[in-house]
Design a protein around this ligand. Structure first.
Ligand code: AVI
Length: 314
């Protein structure tokens, strides 16, 4: 059993404001639910970023200041199935750019699928998948002499609280050389009428995605969460620009986690914070970049202005 999982669940449920880390959403069931989320009509993020990659790949190539004759590495953090990236790879390949695609993911399975789909759809593209934690793999980048372009798409940075996003940017900055670039995909701050349904869809897929975390704790740590006694309730205000998901206890109840030898009490209406999904604008991104030497040099948005891919340069 994963000892970090056990420790993190204990810490989160023992805190005065109970919380569970969203990174634990992604077991096999969670991965499948997330694919369903990305295909839901309410979850505008996927389509919006795809729109940029499909319809503005020339602008993207220009904004990234890529040159056909200079070899570069395109490194993607958390590559997943690479749907959006393949649009860019195709445009680069069609124009004979000299590059290698290095997708990094924690999931061996995702990388194998990506490798075989790139090999069959874009046989000329050189692909060198790397399995592992971003930062262990990023540490190797500094040693290369050619330019590196890091892709961090899908609003993944939005799942980090601002303090952790700053840490992430500083570590990334430390692992890049002068002139290297980053393409950072972020969801833009917008009205709650658009954001809230994306995290509370009519079919209840996002609710199942959140409750799956309790199922994981039940199965992996021998807990007795009653899934019918928790409601899924996201919150968002446009002023703050942060969507937060909560599981709310519908009654006073005690949950026992056998492998921790502990019980946790929940009062009626008590919330467990399960996820932060921060939305961005220029000012917030500049604050996150802070004193790092990464600077915003361009920004592309989709046709509906919902999502932005920022080009940062060191
Ligand atoms: C992966 N991440 C960017 C998603 C988001 O929008 O925060 C995860 C997600 N959670 C609920 N729906 C989607």
């Amino acid at each position: 059993m994963n000892t970090n999982f056990k420790k993190d669940i204990d810490l989160g449920l023992s805190a005065p404001h109970k919380t569970l880390p969203s990174k634990y959403f992604y077991d096999k069931i969670g991965d499948a639910l997330f694919v369903e989320i990305m295909n839901m009509p309410e979850y505008y993020l996927t389509e919006a970023e795809f729109d940029i990659f499909k319809n503005q790949n020339q602008e993207l190539i220009k904004a990234l200041q890529l040159e056909p004759s200079t070899f570069f590495e395109l490194v993607e953090l958390g590559a997943g199935d690479g749907t959006k990236t393949k649009q860019l790879l195709k445009a680069l390949d069609d124009q004979n750019y000299n590059f290698e695609y290095v997708p990094i993911d924690i999931s061996e399975h995702a990388l194998l699928n990506l490798k075989s789909s790139v090999a069959s759809e874009l046989p000329n593209v050189k692909i060198r998948p790397k399995q592992g934690d971003y930062f262990n793999v990023l540490a190797d980048l500094k040693k290369t002499e050619h330019p590196i372009i890091v892709l961090f798409l899908g609003s993944n940075i939005g799942n980090l609280p601002d303090s952790r996003a700053k840490e992430f940017i500083h570590k990334l900055n430390d692992n890049l050389k002068i002139g290297d670039r980053v393409l950072l995909g972020v969801d833009l701050i917008k009205s709650k009428d658009i954001v809230l349904p994306a995290y509370n869809d009519a079919q209840g897929i996002t609710k199942r995605f959140n409750l799956n975390l309790l199922t994981r704790i039940n199965t992996e740590l021998g807990a007795d969460f009653d899934l019918n006694s928790f409601e899924h309730k996201p919150e968002y205000t446009e002023e703050e620009g942060i969507a937060r998901s909560f599981l709310v206890s519908t009654k006073n109840q005690t949950v026992t986690v056998r492998s921790l030898n502990k019980s946790f009490h929940f009062t009626e209406g008590e919330k467990i914070h399960t996820e932060t999904s921060r939305k961005y604008n220029d000012r917030i991104l500049e604050d996150i970049l802070g004193q790092s030497s990464l600077k915003i040099c361009d920004r592309l948005t989709d046709s509906k202005q919902l999502f932005a891919d920022y080009v940062l340069e060191k």
